[in-house]
Design a protein around this ligand. Structure first.
Ligand code: NAD
Length: 357
């Protein structure tokens, strides 16, 4: 892989290849952009098919974090770490601590947190070797980000409802949710409280049944969820779910959910537009978790974090306004909003401030 060419294409600052000879750790830490602040992004542990696949994933995810934090109004840059290995077989205290030492060596240019294949318990282990870890448990920690993510998705859905039906009220609307995991279940609760009817699915039937029992949701099979007649589809399971095969099946007016990278290709964002379906860009609506974690930088205060998460509704509305003004699809408007903020705040940072201590 031509790493420098890949870095130059999207302006990456740094990619660290981390190898520990004692534990055999192989990790990649990608820092995309630190214009707005230190790079924050989770640490993913995964059985990558190749080193190239791991590097590509780290690069893609790091850049995604830059955009997500920028639109969310956070003073954070984008970064991501991946550890190559099977989290069920290869994870050990020593391996995680070796990773923590590499994070420490970056002296705060990158902060790590949980992601697929790692959890809050792992962050406690990593914390033994580095100060630069967020999303921990206990005093000052923000804990599980999923409820905040779900709250943000709800605000995003409200912004969509306002755009399409002229009211943010969700009473009487039907929402189909794909995935009843940590975010999906919390979202189902919020939507039920808001008076919406729910259609849900999960590859584990007991998870969907739980939502049926608690919120009176109708349960359908995973194969059926995308073709349900509904007002809003909320993908809360997988990436690349909006593609050439699935878009023709949709019978909704809005897509807004937590899953990362919902559009398989950019063309799919345009295909949704052509079908008259309003797409709330994933990284704008699913920023609740990173907003919540970011409040650990200021001394965690859940009320303040919640108020910030609620601003996702305004952010989604701004994206829709920009899209209309420029005549561009919403996913492009979200990128533009992020780039404009990075450019503007970056220029502000050029003003010299003398050190006071
Ligand atoms: P999770 O693993 O707890 O839940 C995902 C659920 O989807 C699981 O219950 C799984 O069984 C189900 N699922 C998988 N494939 C499916 C399929 N084909 N059909 C139906 N159900 C399927 O994950 P989560 O933390 O709830 O996150 C959900 C999505 O949101 C992920 O894409 C994640 O990257 C994204 N996200 C999560 C957060 C967060 O705070 N947890 C933040 C930002 C983005």
């Amino acid at each position: 892989m031509e790493i420098f060419a890949a870095m130059a294409r999207h302006g990456y600052e740094q990619v660290s290849m981390c190898h520990d000879k004692v534990t055999g750790l192989r990790a990649i830490i990608a820092i995309h952009d630190t214009t707005l602040g230190p790079a924050l992004g989770g640490c993913r542990m995964w059985r990558y098919a190749s080193e190239d696949a791991a590097i590509t994933d780290a690069l893609r995810l790091a850049r995604g974090m830059t955009y997500k934090s920028a639109v969310a109004g956070l003073n954070l840059g984008g970064g991501k770490a991946v550890i190559i290995g099977d989290p069920l077989k290869d994870k050990s205290e020593a391996l995680l601590r070796a990773f923590g030492r590499f994070v420490e060596s970056l002296q705060g240019r990158y902060y790590t947190a949980e992601d697929v294949g790692t959890g809050t318990d792992d962050m406690e282990i990593i914390r033994q070797e580095t100060r630069f870890v967020k999303g921990t448990l206990g005093k000052g920690g923000s804990g599980d980000p999923s409820p905040a993510t779900a709250r943000g998705v709800l605000r995003g859905i409200e912004a969509c409802a306002e755009q399409v039906w002229g009211t943010a009220q969700l009473r009487g609307r039907t929402v189909a949710i794909q995935g009843m995991g940590n975010v999906g279940l919390n979202l189902a609760r919020y939507l039920h409280e808001a008076g919406a009817s729910l259609i849900v699915t999960d590859i584990y039937p007991d998870k969907a049944d739980k939502a049926a029992k608690e919120f009176g949701a109708a349960v359908v099979s995973p194969e059926e969820i995308l073709s349900q007649q509904c007002d809003i589809l909320a993908p809360c399971a997988l990436g690349a779910i909006l593609n050439a095969e699935t878009i023709p099946l949709l019978k909704c007016l809005v897509v807004a959910g937590s899953a990362n990278n919902q559009l398989a290709t950019e063309g799919d964002g345009q295909a949704l537009e052509r079908r008259g379906i309003l797409y709330a860009p994933d990284y704008v609506v699913n920023a609740g978790g990173v907003i919540n974690v970011a409040y650990e930088f200021y001394g965690f205060d859940s009320e303040r974090a919640c108020r910030h998460v609620d601003r996702i509704r305004d952010n989604v509305k701004t994206v829709f306004r920009l899209a209309k003004e420029r005549g561009i699809p919403t996913y492009q408007a979200a990128d533009l909003m992020a780039e404009q903020r990075i450019e503007m705040i970056g220029r502000l940072h050029q003003t010299y401030l003398p050190k006071t201590d």
